[in-house]
Design a protein around this ligand. Sequence first.
Ligand code: ATP
Length: 335
Amino acid sequence: MKTKILQMLRQQGEGTYRSGQELCRQLGVSRTAVWKYIKQLKEEGYVIEAVQNKGYCLLSAPDILSKSEVESVLPTRWVGHPVYYYDEIDSTNTQAKRLGEEMEGKEGHGAVVVADKQSDGRGRRGRGWESPHGKGVFFTILLKPEVEPSNASMLTLVMALAAAKGIEKASGLKTAVKWPNDIVIHGKKVVGILTEMSAQIDYVNYIVIGTGINVHYREFPEELAHKATSLDLELERQGLEPMVSRAALLGAVLEAFEHYYGVFMETQDLSMLAEEYNACLINCGRKVRVLDPLGEYEGKALGIEARGQLMVERGKEVVAVSSGEVSVRGIYGYV
Ligand code: ATP
C-alpha cells in the first residue's frame, strides 16, 4: 500500500497535490487508512505536505532502500518484482541463494534482494566486500533462466554493462568497465560483481548476480584507498553536488540489466553486446598484466569476443583469457 501511495504521489509531479479522496478511491481504502500510511511514510523520513482542500504533495524522499521506496521508483517489467529488503544481512548473494532454494520451479525469477548493510559482503575467490550501513547499494538478482550452465558466467559481463550504463544515467558520471566485471571511475573501482550458480550438469537451478556500488563512501580502509572510490567522491572531484538517490540508482541499473539480459538471451552469448561492452572497456588497446596462476604475462588487450573472453595480444599470437581464475591489471597499477 505504501508503494502505491508513493507511486501516486510521484506521478503527481512536483508541487502539485493529490487529493485524499482520490487516493482513497483509487486504493480502495478509507480516509483513516490513507492518513495512517502517510503518517508512517513521514516517520520514515518522507516530507509530505498536507493542505486542506488540496490534498497531499511529496516534497522530498529520504535516501533509503526500503521495499516501498525501491518498488515505487522501479521502471522494470519483471526484474525487481518483488524486492526483498533488509536493513542488515550477511550477504545479499547468500540470502538470494536461500530464496532460490526455497522457491520451487521458476518461482523467484527476477526477485531482487537489497540490503543497507552486509555484515559478510563477499567478492570473488573468498575475498570480502566492504559494505557499511548507508554507504552503498548492495543487491542481488535471482535468476532461474533457461540457459546452458556453460553460458551462465557471461551474465557477469551483462551485469557489468548494465551497472556502467545505470550509473551514468543516475549520476551523470562517465564510467568504464575493467574486464570482466569491475566498474571504474577515474581509474578506481566503484562497483564489484559476484555471480554464483547452482546447477546440474546440463541444467541451471538458479543464478545469483550480486552487485555492490560505492555511493556515499567518504573514505575507505587503508588497503583499499588506492584503488576504491565512490560516486560522491567522484562527483565532488568534478565540482558537482553529490545527490544520487540510491533507490533511483538501483532502478536505473535494474532497468539497464533487464534490457541487456533480453539481448543476451536471444543468442545466449555476447555477440550482440560485445561492441557496446568493448566501447566501455578501459583495458581496450592497453597493456595489461594477466595474473594467471600458471604464470603471469603481459600483453595488449584487444577486447572481448562473443563468449566474454578477453583477447590479449601476447607477442605474435592472440590468446583468449577466461575470467575464472585470472585477474587482469594495468602495467603500473590497478587498471
Ligand atoms: P580483480 O579481478 O581485479 O582481482 P575481483 O574482481 O576479483 O578483482 P572482487 O571480487 O570484485 O575482486 O572484489 C573483491 C576485492 O575488491 C577485495 O579483495 C578488495 O580488494 C576490493 N574491495 C572490497 N570492498 C571494496 C569496496 N567497497 N570498493 C572497492 N573495492 C573493494
